[in-house]
Design a protein around this ligand. Structure first.
Ligand code: DGJ
Length: 549
């Protein structure tokens, strides 16, 4: 070949080489980016993203913000709050408006905008159940009550909620969800979407179980063998096995089975971590039938869900209860069943302090609900208005964890934790970690003791304000990492021997960077003589104690 032909050939080859490289590289990068997943076995279960522990400082948008036209109103509020992940609905009606015709253009727009902001996404699949109702299913599902069965009341009339015994509904939902996950597999090799919530507050309000003839026949039979074995009980009738909770647990079994089928269909396409969220009943008791929607993953039904839905590894409580004792009880109950996550909590300022007890139980996700600029308010559940003070209540702790979300997630995976928030009465709270007793105090002046009578002082301005809390990680026997806001921490020997007292060796403000502690300054003198005083701007403090004798 002539020199010119050779040149042409070379150009052609390099064109193809560049093109092929261009195609191959992202695929390769995708193949190298490990799928997000949960990891157990540490002090607390962790969420791994890109192979490393990750903390979701989330924000859940309002219910109808899942359209491209709304996104401009979403980002400024999320950015003000410092969220690193948006919890965003994708509705069945939106992606399959006509049966068999799928439209994922919203997902594409969302991923594009999220990536340019260096954020992540948790998708919320609004399918068969949305606050139990079928509001987000496509019109062709709503209209066809023959094919897509509703629950039936005892008199045979229809209950609004779709029946968990509806095989056709389950297949249709599972297909739509699997198409969504297939799409994600194609367009999201970098796993911008880190996790998916399957359905939204499944179960049924107002009817404890389907009373259709088919459901009645199932209810009259024995409980499934698998359930009997899983619970270690004898295979008996639902009523004999569960007494007053029989109808609820019956519904739970079938709702969980259904949701599990939907989840598995999606995981077969792309195996992302999945979870379900729960409308909550009473935090302390399930007597009196106060269980949230029957069939949903309320805390009392989690043992049933665990067995019925092996593909659902995590459950999140939707917290709209302002009583701190109830909040702590919910957190305990859900932390006992896998990675703790709070996919919804009211967006009123007073809820912000519950991030401390959540993180103190190893939460991998925390997300106030209704965070965007659309000016919708779900008061009295959440805030009347997302004003600057309200946003700041969440933004302040987010700034703290946002300094080192992966470092914190790693620490939470590996170390004992304690987290607490100001209670209803503002009383001191104590916790023992090893030989140390930690005490959290609220609305105290930094330079004063309660029993000082020699100097007058005003009441503390936060005395009646529901703010304040802290989280502690015990890095080693006598070393604590503490983050807090509007709280005073004291550390003393839990059981001092004769002549013994605890002494602060040093207290450093700083943060972890790539596993190394980087000091900004030491706290000493006035800053620690009367306890460690955390103000409105949260900081990390690394405190080293020793025993003086
Ligand atoms: C809980 C639901 O999961 C949310 O989608 C929303 O409807 C809130 N309740 C109320 O704002």
């Amino acid at each position: 070949p002539s020199g010119r032909e050779r040149l042409r050939l070379a150009k052609l080859l390099s064109f193809w080489a560049v093109l092929l490289l261009g195609i191959a590289m992202p695929m390769q990068a995708g193949a190298q980016t490990p799928l997000p997943r949960f990891e157990s076995g540490g002090e607390h279960p962790a969420l791994l993203v890109d192979g490393e522990p990750f903390l979701i400082l989330g924000a859940q948008v309002n219910n109808s913000s899942n359209y491209p036209a709304m996104l401009d109103e979403v980002w400024p509020t999320l950015e003000r709050m410092g969220a690193n992940t948006v919890l965003m609905p994708v509705a069945w009606e939106q992606v399959e408006p006509v049966e068999g015709q799928f439209d994922f253009s919203f997902v594409d727009v969302l991923l594009d905008q999220v990536r340019s902001r260096d954020m992540r996404v948790v998708l919320l699949w609004y399918g068969t159940w949305k606050n139990t109702g079928p509001s987000y299913v496509p019109a062709w599902v709503k209209r066809d009550t023959q094919r897509f069965a509703r629950m039936r009341k005892a008199d045979g009339s229809a209950h609004l909620v779709l029946s968990p015994h509806g095989e056709a509904t389950m297949q249709a939902d599972a297909r739509a969800f699997s198409m969504l996950m297939r799409h994600l597999k194609q367009v999201d090799p970098q796993h911008t979407v880190v996790m998916v919530q399957v359905e939204n507050e499944s179960g049924s309000w107002g009817l404890d179980r389907d009373r259709s003839p088919e459901a009645n026949a199932l209810f009259a039979g024995p409980i499934p063998q698998e359930l009997a074995e899983g619970l270690g009980i004898e295979r008996r009738s639902w009523s004999d096995a569960f007494g007053p909770r029989a109808a609820q647990f019956f519904n739970s079994w079938y709702v969980a089975r259904y949701v599990d089928t939907v989840a598995a269909a999606g995981q077969a396409q792309k195996d992302l971590p999945m979870f379900v969220n729960a409308a909550l009943g009473n935090a302390f008791t399930d007597e009196g039938g106060d269980v949230g929607p029957s069939g949903g993953p309320n805390w009392n039904a989690l043992p049933i869900w665990r067995i019925a839905a092996p593909n659902i590894p995590a459950y999140g409580p939707d917290i709209y209860n302002r009583d701190p004792k109830a909040v702590e009880a919910y957190l305990d109950r859900y932390a006992a069943h896998g990675p703790l996550m709070v996919p919804e909590i009211g967006n009123a300022a007073e809820y912000a302090r519950f991030i401390w007890p959540a993180m103190g139980r190893g939460a991998v996700l925390f997300a106030p609900f209704g965070i965007d600029g659309t000016r919708y308010s779900n008061y009295p559940l959440g805030a009347k208005e997302l004003d600057e003070d309200t946003l700041e209540a969440f933004a302040a702790p987010y700034r703290l964890f946002g300094q080192m979300p992966r470092e914190w997630a790693r620490i939470a995976r590996e170390h004992p934790l304690w987290g607490t928030a100001k209670g209803e009465d503002g009383a001191d709270q104590t916790h023992i970690m090893g030989q140390w007793k930690l005490t959290a105090q609220y609305a105290r002046w930094a330079f004063a003791e309660d029993d000082w009578t020699w100097i007058e002082r005003d009441a503390h301005p936060l005395a009646d304000v529901p703010t304040g809390g802290l989280v502690v990680a015990q890095l080693s026997d006598d070393v604590f990492l503490v983050g807090g806001r509007n709280v005073k921490l004291r550390i003393a020997l839990a059981q001092p021997g004769a002549g013994q007292q605890g002494e602060v060796i040093e207290a450093q403000e700083g943060r972890f960077v790539d596993g190394e502690w980087v000091m900004r300054r030491r706290w000493n003198g006035d800053q620690i003589d009367w306890g460690f005083n955390f103000g409105a701007e949260p900081v990390w403090l690394r405190i080293e104690m020793d025993v003086l004798e």
